[in-house]
Design a binder for this molecule. Structure first.
Ligand code: BES
Ligand code: ZN
Ligand code: ZN
Length: 501
């Protein structure tokens, strides 16, 4: 998909579709929309005034022009009410516009950006529209024998205002890189476990490192054992696919700091000996969503090259039942020496993360962020669309939450407390891998992870069990993987690097 910024008079715009975003309240047309309405003999404003079309969020009115303009269609796209407006609505309407354009086989689209987006900066608006178009056209169709090959080829943003085109183009580029990185993550998460196993995952990380010049070290099972990662190793034992511990490093010449991002990387989670039942086992190929988000973030920083050192850590494994599998009651020793009693082999993610976080702590970074499809309890607490955020440093938590408000990747903090800390006391080891009750399960999982992070290092845990995938999709997410939270984490890094304000 190609993007551009233009300043053309509406009667000279040549395209398949000319698009006008419109607020519900705006019954009186202005600027270019007024001119187009005049050229169409007032037909558009008549429809809007008669209430036959209400510009509620995402509603689209597509009007053929029958040769009265040099475009085949004029779209009016509803932004909803001004009171409820936020940046993410631009991503959504852009995605819906591209879908409509596809339906009408219009491949060449011009979007008018003269609308006053309620105080949203025009650069951010254009970035969001770009992201929405790319995210909204994503489709995991590689295994279908018959595909719909029609694509929207080009999107131009048209403005009559005096804007700095070059700076708008920079934000288009940023949006393009972020959305394509997110689609890259979606592609990886959507691949089933018979295609991406632990070894394949490590290969993909190596390919990425070669492409962008990252350092990479992949540890095999012998080396993992030598490092003393007894918790991670136990999880991997039941599978024919051996564990692979991946450490990627992006090291720019000039660096404003050092961050570690860690992703839960279960290529498949059957539950192990505490095996999941049918419905709960479906979609467990997406238990690698955190790991794939790490690779997506690396793709984005490989393109943008911000001034910040970034480590990406994944302890890749597959959780399977077998004669070699770890059991309930087993006592394990993690890399940092903490002993763990296994209450349930389906609480495996936190065991792999225990060793990954111990390893991350030894790198002594400025901050650690982990992303993990960790608990069903988090989905029960917050619903399918919101990630749970926890950690040991309120400032860092606030930093991430603030960014997520703009990226549209919904997040909400869950509180740690000492009463729940009591729940992960084990009968015969330092810590239990499950809580003694089901209540607060997302938080007890977070509290378990806390034991493996150096308390001097600010750390945030993002539980993405809900929003990492969806069976039917929402807004600009199709069914399957969403690629959340690639844009939030990349934006965090860009800000820390002073690449963005
Ligand atoms: N991978 C699952 C969590 C999950 C659930 C991810 C639904 C995506 C959608 C995790 O390993 C798991 O099985 N957690 C258990 C923990 C329990 C045994 C304490 C859970 O949430 O039921
Ligand atoms: Zn599990
Ligand atoms: Zn899991």
């Amino acid at each position: 998909m190609k993007f551009d910024v233009v300043s053309k008079k509406v009667d000279s715009v040549k395209a398949d579709a000319l698009v006008f975003p419109l607020f519900e309240e705006d019954k009186k047309f202005e600027n270019n929309l007024k001119k187009v309405d005049d050229l169409l003999s007032g037909e558009l404003s008549r429809i809007v005034k008669s209430q036959k079309f209400k510009a509620s969020e995402g509603k689209i009115l597509a009007v053929p022009t029958f040769g009265k303009l040099k475009v085949n269609y004029v779209f009016i796209v509803g932004l909803g009410s001004k009171k409820k407006f936020e940046l993410d609505i631009l991503r959504r309407i852009s995605a819906y516009t591209v879908k409509k354009a596809k339906e009408l086989k219009t491949s060449d689209v011009v979007i008018d950006i003269d609308t006053d987006f309620e105080g949203v900066d025009i650069k951010e608006a254009v970035q969001a529209l770009t992201e929405g178009a790319i995210l909204g056209s994503y489709n995991f169709d590689k295994y279908f024998s018959e595909k719909d090959d029609f694509k929207v080829e080009s999107i131009s943003f048209n403005t009559s205002k005096n804007v700095n085109k070059e700076s708008l183009k920079e934000y288009i580029h940023l949006g393009k890189v972020l959305a394509e990185a997110q689609n890259f993550t979606r592609d990886l998460v959507n691949e089933p476990a018979n295609v991406i196993n632990t070894i394949q995952f490590a290969k993909i990380a190596e390919d990425l490192a070669r492409e962008y010049g990252f350092e990479i070290k992949v540890y095999d099972e012998e080396e993992i054992e030598k490092m003393g990662m007894g918790a991670y190793l136990a999880v991997a034992k039941g599978s024919e696919n051996p564990p692979r511990f991946v450490h990627l490093t992006y090291r720019p010449e000039k660096s404003e700091g050092e961050i570690v991002i860690v992703g839960k990387g279960l290529m498949f989670d059957s539950g192990g000996l505490n095996i999941k039942t049918g419905d709960f086992m479906r979609w467990m190929k997406t238990d690698k969503a955190g790991a794939c988000a790490v690779l997506g973030v690396f793709k984005a920083i490989g393109e943008l090259r911000p001034n910040i050192t970034v480590h990406g850590i994944v302890a890749a494994a597959e959780n399977m039942p077998s004669g070699k599998a770890y059991r309930p009651d087993d006592i394990l020793r993690a890399k940092n020496g903490v002993t763990i009693e296994v209450g349930n082999t389906d609480a495996e993610g936190r065991l792999t993360l225990a060793d990954a976080l111990s390893y991350a702590s030894e790198l002594k970074p400025d901050a650690i962020i982990d992303m993990a499809t960790l608990t069903g309890a988090c989905v029960v607490a917050l619903g399918e669309f919101t990630a749970g955020v926890m950690g040991n440093n309120q400032k860092l938590i606030n930093e991430v939450l603030k960014i997520s408000e703009k990226t549209g990747e919904w997040m909400w903090q869950l509180p740690f407390n000492d009463k729940l800390r009591e729940q992960i006391k084990a009968p015969h080891a330092d810590v239990y891998n499950v809580g003694t009750t089901r209540y607060g399960g997302a938080i007890t999982a977070g509290l378990f992870l806390e034991k493996f992070v150096d308390p001097k290092i600010p750390w945030v845990h993002i539980d993405i069990a809900g929003p990492s995938h969806h069976t039917s999709g929402w807004y600009y997410h199709p069914k399957g993987a969403t690629g959340i939270p690639v844009r939030t984490i990349t934006t965090f890094l860009l800000k820390r690097a002073n690449y963005l304000k």
